[in-house]
Design a protein. Sequence first.
Length: 41
Amino acid sequence: MRIIFVVLIASVLSILGFKYMDRSIGEQQIMATPAEMSASS
């Protein structure tokens, strides 16, 4: 059960990461701080 939970969290994080990377293409900042991530969502 714990493995399924970890896989689910990892997949959600990867999807969010890809969406953020797609949005930030062309911007000078690719990596964002957690504060910027929470402010943009």
